[in-house]
Write a protein that binds this ligand. Sequence first.
Ligand code: ACO
Length: 330
Amino acid sequence: MKRPFAYIAGTGHSVPKNVMTNDDITAMGLETNDDWIIERTGIRQRHIAKDGESLASLSAEASRQAMARAGVQPGEIDAIILGTVSPDHLLPATAVEVQHLLGCSRAVAFDIGAACSGFLYGVIVAESLIANGSAETVLVIGAEKLSAIVDWTDRNTCILFADGAGAAIVRRTRTGQKGILSSFMRSDGALAELLWRPAGGGAEPFTPDTFESKRQYVRMAGRDVFKHAVRSMAEATDRALDAAKLTAADIDLLIPHQANIRIIEATAKNAGISMDRVFVNVDRFGNTSAASIPIALSDAIEQGRVKEGMTVLFAAFGAGFTWGSLVVRF
Ligand code: ACO
């Protein structure tokens, strides 16, 4: 048996209605400005959830679009895999609430905590379930409500992170023409504290002091994370291309994790892919971690940038550290 086992049959995305511009952040009293944020990150605006918009509701909306576009009914979904680091509750997984909202009563549902690589890891797990005969149709979601876990007084982080959800239906392929051609996954926990939330888990449960020290929020050593992101994304694109026995010239579009325009440009340069073959929407959505790649894919399809027959390279890097890549023929 050899690949492709599974293909992406439909996608969707949903972001909060509320748009926050860089000027809105300056207006909150932070010492930052539109020019700095655009130059250092490429971000112009982001969507931030308001009352009533939960991770589960955004995920369900993105999933309904993906199911409609794939022509899949709730009862046909065998598994729901949701990548997130900002679940609605620490217990249980947000995936089960999404299952309930969608009425996917047959589906097994679970979350994956792999930060920005969560969606790619989820697609690879979905493909494995399909390859081993456990599933025919899997709903993979990447979703974040990072606004709930960032410190809105920390200009190093709050300018970057945002909210949203993207979803894809992954199905068994019967033609062998299109689908997942190769994948690559890696993790390295040695540098976990460069991007983490110190408190809130079993190792450091919340106490009144937590809120004083703000240890419940995301902390990031931005410059160090940047260096590792560039190096790991380069490895990820090289390894997925090698495994698919393809070169950069065979790639119609690169869809990288949307963290920072400078990381995206470095990744494209390393891969030998010109920027006209790179999808960028970090300017409109900011860094939505696990949601960034599925939002970008859905956005790219809506814009006509991904069409039948095209070969797309995906690459992600996130907290953990985690990184990974996929080559998919559409
Ligand atoms: N506005 C104005 N000045 C700022 C801001 C801001 N929002 N943030 C930091 N600065 C200042 C710093 O204090 C520093 O000032 P100093 O020189 O007086 O000390 C100066 O700008 C430069 O700071 P750096 O941290 O070196 O800035 P850098 O160019 O590295 O940009 C950034 C910071 C945007 C965070 C960058 O490091 C980055 O993008 N890192 C990667 C982050 C990332 O992508 N994380 C996510 C990947 S993993 C995931 O998505 C979960």
